[in-house]
Design a protein around this ligand. Structure first.
Ligand SMILES: [Fe+2]
Length: 473
């Protein structure tokens, strides 16, 4: 771990230290902590990852988990309480070597059972494999030794973390976003109302993505993905067949069969705070964009008749342009609001990565979200694995340092431009017409909503000017 004392992350983390440390020594504690860690702290990684097992999915999974299916999994599956976190895509990755040590992203498939009373998901079985499925082993809570089960939980966490960094965060929030921004700059006149809306929040993502790809070895976090070409291949495979709106949180939740009722105690999604945060941000942006569209376009016909707008969307969809599937016919205000909400949501929600509480203290205790394994062998589920041996699989000190440097870059650097202007929510307005203009009023409402969110998210230190207006990092 790496907890600063100025600001005092150490004090905030100290009470969690014995619990989190026990996730490496106590199999029951590690099992209990597995899901809440994702559900409460995976917001910067956009971790909407469990999938409710449908009957069709159950038939496919049964082949891999046959040894325990009838006894442990059939009944929860039938009751709609079996979930899977499927990270088997990482079987495509070869282990790499960096600074004299292996870096390995295992392929994992984790099965979890939802408690109908508490809503908690408990991991019960984890399939771990290497490149192209090599060395595949099935770990179960009931059948594996405690040490081997602790290994399997960490292997699952590595694959979920790697998913979160490169696909949850960078794919969802950086890549398609930058493509839409590039086509926007190439097609819309600077006086166009959609340009006025998007340009203030489209300043740095394209350049940042270029820098990330160019300076990969120097600035990428210490996952096993060693080159930008390897990342682009991963993103390409993930993006194949995906449509523009597939990256929206509500669409993702529906596709994964995640229902609000299953993750709600008192207030919607309170048993899955990551989703709660993402949807709060979605609603803020949707309200802003809907007001903007209503004030800008008097009718559906005026959207359809906007030639520049039509060119932007057509260029974004074209295979030799943005190459983005699933953009709708731009013939109504609802269609326009849908595209603009999705786009500005990505830019806006991305800013949560810069707040201290997103990384501190949970992610800066690196074993909570380990970025790689450092051994490529997969131990036998019956092996006696003591703590010292387990630690030889986990991030070494150099890797821990690089992981911390990655988090510190976001949370301990000042944004180029904050979402909330230093002069206050009513300054630096995007649209002509001053503070009484309906669109500027909507912008002010958005900024106030962001401020209120930050007060809830970090009540002790809301960091109102740390949330960036753009994707800068
Ligand atoms: Fe980012």
């Amino acid at each position: 771990m790496g907890w600063t004392t100025v600001p005092n992350v150490y004090r905030a983390g100290r009470k969690s230290l014995p619990v989190w440390a026990s996730s490496l020594t106590d199999a029951d504690s590690a099992t209990r902590q597995f899901w809440p860690m994702i559900a409460e702290h995976g917001v910067g990684y956009n971790l909407i990852v469990p999938e409710k097992v449908t009957p069709a999915r159950a038939r496919a999974l049964r082949r891999s988990f046959n040894a325990i299916w009838a006894r442990d999994l059939r009944a929860p599956a039938a009751a709609g309480r079996l979930y899977v976190i499927d990270m088997s895509r990482f079987a495509a990755l070869q282990p790499q070597s960096a600074h004299g040590a292996s870096r390995f992203t295992p392929s994992t498939i984790t099965l979890l059972i939802r408690d109908p009373h508490t809503g908690a998901l408990t991991p019960v079985a984890i399939l771990v494999a290497g490149y192209q499925g090599r060395g595949e082993k099935l770990f179960t809570r009931a059948g594996a030794t405690d040490g081997a089960w602790l290994y399997a939980l960490q292997a699952a966490k590595v694959s979920i973390t790697v998913f979160g960094i490169w696909l949850g965060h960078v794919y969802h929030w950086h890549l398609v976003t930058a493509a839409m921004q590039m086509t926007m700059f190439n097609t819309l006149p600077t006086g166009h109302p959609v340009y006025q809306l998007l340009a203030p929040q489209s300043k740095y993502a394209i350049a940042f993505d270029d820098v990330l790809l160019s300076l990969w070895a120097d600035i990428a976090p210490p996952t096993s993905i060693a080159t930008s070409a390897e990342f682009l291949q991963l993103a390409d495979d993930y993006g194949a067949g995906r449509s523009f709106f597939d990256d929206d949180p509500k669409v993702t939740l529906a596709q994964l069969g995640l229902r609000e009722a299953d993750f709600t105690g008192k207030t919607p999604w309170d048993r899955y705070p990551v989703v709660q945060h993402l949807l709060t941000m979605w609603d803020l942006v949707e309200t802003y964009v809907t007001s903007y569209v209503r004030a800008t376009y008097g009718s559906d016909a005026s959207v359809a008749a906007d030639g520049s707008l039509q060119t932007w969307i057509a260029t974004s969809a074209a295979t030799d342009g943005g190459n983005i599937r699933g953009l709708p016919e731009m013939d109504s205000r609802a269609a326009l609001a849908g595209v603009l909400t999705s786009l500005l949501y990505r830019v806006t929600v991305h800013g949560i990565s810069r707040l201290s509480a997103t990384s501190n203290p949970a992610l800066t205790f690196v074993a909570n979200f380990p970025q790689c394994l450092q051994r490529t062998d997969i131990p036998d589920p019956r092996a006696r694995l003591d703590t010292k041996t387990l630690l030889t699989y986990l991030p070494n000190t150099g890797t821990i340092g690089q992981a911390l440097s990655f988090y510190f870059t976001f949370v301990f650097s000042t944004p180029y431009e904050p979402a909330i202007p230093l002069g206050g929510v009513g300054t630096d307005l995007f649209f002509p017409g001053g503070p009484d203009d309906a669109r500027n009023r909507a912008l002010i409402t958005l900024r106030k909503g962001l401020a209120a969110f930050m007060h809830d998210y970090q009540p002790d230190a809301p960091q109102l000017f740390q949330w960036p207006r753009n994707i800068e990092t």
